[in-house]
Design a protein. Structure first.
Length: 187
């Protein structure tokens, strides 16, 4: 396989999956709900458990978004397509870290979850040839750390607002890039 062949396969993924926009928009909504959870008058432990529960809505919501946006989850005959699923599953191996935070430092659970979420975007920069994933992955991960160092436990909801805002910006970047790639094929 040549570099040109690889780039063509990535372009096909980028266009048919619309750069994963369905997942990014679903994640934006999920993080807005999680932000609300972190404003509730519950213990940090209870908010953390609710965060896990709300996070479970990700795949169903992304599926609904894919129907609205007309994205493809399976791109037949593209050997790179299964890699997207593997990249997503890889973040599950960070969940033992989240369990530790849940048990011993629940005030910082949202920070840990956001760092994992942001960091898992980084390989998608290569997968879709989208620099926005790498940039926002770094901004999200380090931004969550900085906010957690600054905020009080009662202000941890600010991390939810932060990631939801970052995801909204990422969605705009990905959509703009998708439109540009699509337009360049038409010409």
């Amino acid at each position: 396989m040549t570099k040109t062949d690889l780039n063509q396969l990535k372009l096909e993924l980028s266009l048919k999956a619309k750069n994963g926009l369905d997942f990014i928009l679903a994640a934006t909504l999920i993080w807005l709900i999680i932000t609300f959870v972190w404003t509730l008058p519950f213990s940090s432990y209870d908010k953390s458990v609710l965060t896990f529960i709300v996070g479970g809505l990700m795949l169903p919501l992304a599926f609904v978004m894919s129907k609205i946006l007309k994205t493809q989850w399976k791109i037949k005959d593209n050997p790179l397509q299964p890699l997207g699923l593997w990249l997503n599953i890889a973040q599950l191996f960070y969940f033992p870290f989240l369990i530790f935070i849940l048990i011993y430092l629940p005030d910082y659970f949202i920070m840990g979850y956001v760092i994992i979420t942001g960091a898992h975007f980084f390989p998608y920069a290569l997968f879709y040839n989208e620099l926005g994933f790498a940039i926002m992955g770094g901004i999200i991960s380090f931004g969550a750390l900085l906010l957690a160092l600054w905020a009080t436990p009662e202000q941890m909801y600010l991390i939810g607002i932060f990631i939801a805002s970052c995801l909204a910006v990422l969605a705009l970047l990905l959509y703009s890039s998708y439109k540009g790639k699509k337009a360049s094929l038409i010409q």
